[in-house]
Design a protein around this ligand. Structure first.
Ligand SMILES: [Zn+2]
Ligand SMILES: [Zn+2]
Length: 142
């Protein structure tokens, strides 16, 4: 039997198809064509939109900066570190005031208690940390 020669969809060479719907001369061409088609589909997919930047005020220095998420609170790592340091100092003061602890005792708490627990104690009594005042305060006076 002498079927008419087909042109390979991929390499454009003439070939004798073994099946009536064969579009490619070889498996290699079939796979290459498939890859190409897939690639084209992939590039057609719309790229996810970039997250819009939001202007945020740094909790520590009060400077404005462009943040990728609203959860970003600090303009820099140093502000984050400094804020944490100040928060810890204020936490000591607040705990000392809360329990009437003598100086230095509150600092010892940090060696035995996880900081999250100490923060929880203060939030239980309704205090929040104000980075602007660098102190634990009652929310209404913020
Ligand atoms: Zn081919
Ligand atoms: Zn800052």
């Amino acid at each position: 039997m002498n079927q008419p020669a087909h042109k390979c969809d991929h390499c454009k060479k003439a070939f004798q198809p073994r099946k009536i719907d064969q579009k490619h001369c070889s498996n290699k061409c079939r796979q290459a064509a498939y890859r190409k088609r897939k690639q084209r589909q992939d590039t057609k997919k719309p790229r996810p939109a970039a997250t819009p930047l939001v202007v945020t005020v740094c909790d520590h220095c009060g400077g404005g900066f462009w943040a990728k998420t609203r959860r970003s609170r600090f303009c820099s790592t140093s502000c984050r570190t400094m804020n944490h340091r100040y928060m810890k100092i204020a936490l000591q003061d607040a705990l000392a005031a809360l329990y009437g602890l003598p100086e230095g005792t509150a600092a010892e708490l940090f060696e035995t208690q996880p900081i999250v627990r100490l923060k929880a104690i203060l939030s239980e009594v309704g205090l929040i940390y104000s980075p602007a005042q660098r102190a634990w305060i009652e929310p209404q006076s913020a």
